[in-house]
Ligand binder design. Structure first.
Ligand code: GLN
Length: 391
């Protein structure tokens, strides 16, 4: 390397590590472990979507689409989300199709938050949020969700808001805990957003994976939240299409204009044929969503029985497809050590809980996350190994 290069990486890159979630998949392959780590289904997506993608490619939908999204997809999303959010959305000015919710979040943060401004996140949080806020040179302000019920303390939330706060990220259903925020909780957050003029950037990627009659409340549907909310969701979890990288933002015209500028220069557009094929998914009948919830309920039940017999405690997930289990009673040095033993000795890959906490959190080292978005055979193989293991 030339001696003129001061150092390879930027100061920003120094502040975060590579993804533990994605790294665990590599370790799982290496150790031939049953992989209950990364939140990615190991079963196929609905056949109609595969056929629609092939058709779109054969129909020559293979060049750049309109940067902010295929027109037909935006129109289809408008119908679905106008009904869900309770107000009419303009597909020409209020929807942006992105490369997954990951890009939707990054584009929203870059478009709306200036360096040095604060973004509130509930902790534990999905791994991506921290590096994304670092990349945007913003400051994370954590508010704890406390085990075992994973609720926040209203006072702590109130104290987190200040003149420096620009946005709060609200992920419901929540990864990794499976919490589904109630109307009362979301209203409390919404009122603080209104008081301080703060944007609520949502991550609703698990919106259709709900249990025991839990209802997903779209934060934008709450009174007076239309102009403060950036609704973010996508195809990945609902249609088992994590590899297509299709997500979207819904926000008023002014916010959307800012997001679209960033999105254009980040990625130009999400894959054109897959956007067109996505229309097929959004138009699936209600029965598809009911089946999805039912299938996940069975998987959750199976996974809970597996952990119950082992004696690993957890809070019942209300949504999403993870169980965040408290393993502190096993007296390992750390959650990372526990996850490592589980991987190498038992042959089951999980995600160490500290991945979802800042290093300051006292809850950081007590949990591992099991993902049950898996075929029955995979869940059975994991059960066999866990039930034979000596903890
Ligand atoms: N959201 C998923 C998880 O939490 C997938 C993460 C990823 O690898 N993109 O595991």
């Amino acid at each position: 390397m030339s001696s003129k290069v001061r150092q390879v990486n930027s100061k920003k890159t120094d502040q975060f590590k590579e993804s533990v979630i994605r790294e665990m998949t590599q370790f799982a392959i290496k150790h031939k472990a049953v992989n209950l780590g990364q939140g990615v289904p190991d079963f196929p997506c609905p056949p109609a979507l595969k056929e629609a993608a092939v058709k779109a490619i054969l129909d020559d939908i293979n060049q750049y689409p309109i940067t902010f999204g295929d027109k037909l997809l935006r129109q289809t999303l408008t119908e679905k989300y106008s009904a869900a959010l309770g107000f009419s959305i303009d597909p020409e000015t209020e929807i942006t199709v992105t490369c997954g919710t990951t890009e939707a979040l990054m584009a929203s943060i870059l478009a709306l938050v200036d360096p040095g401004e604060e973004i509130i996140v509930f902790e534990p949080y999905y791994e991506n949020y921290f590096p994304q806020t670092v990349l945007a040179e913003t400051v994370v302000r954590g508010v704890s969700l406390t085990a075992p019920r994973w609720q926040f303390d209203p006072d702590e939330l109130r104290q987190a808001f200040s003149d420096k706060t620009r946005a709060i990220i609200v992920n419901t259903p929540h990864n990794p805990t499976g919490r589904v925020f109630t109307t009362a909780e979301l209203t409390m957050i919404a009122e603080l957003c209104q008081k301080w003029g703060v944007f609520m950037i949502t991550d609703e990627i698990y919106e259709h994976i709900l249990y025991d009659g839990a209802r997903h409340i779209h934060p934008a549907s709450l009174p007076d939240m239309r102009d403060l909310t950036i609704t973010i969701t996508g195809l990945s979890k609902t249609y088992s299409l994590t590899g297509w990288r299709i997500g979207w933002t819904i926000a008023n015209q002014e916010i959307t204009t800012a997001i679209r500028k960033v999105h254009d220069f980040l990625t130009i557009a999400a894959p054109a044929p897959l956007q067109r094929a996505a229309v097929q998914g959004i138009n699936l009948p209600t029965s598809f969503y009911l089946d999805l919830a039912q299938q996940y309920a069975a998987k959750r039940q199976y996974m809970m029985e597996t952990l119950d017999k082992v004696g690993m405690p957890y809070n019942l997930p209300e949504g999403a497809y993870y169980i965040f289990s408290d393993v502190s009673k096993y007296n390992f040095v750390s959650d990372i050590d526990f996850a490592k033993q589980l991987l190498e000795k038992v042959g089951v890959a999980t995600i160490p809980g500290s991945t979802f906490f800042s290093s300051k959190s006292r809850q950081a080292n007590s949990f591992v996350r099991f993902c049950f978005s898996r075929r029955q055979e995979t869940l059975e193989a994991a059960r066999e190994r866990l039930w034979q293991a000596k903890f």
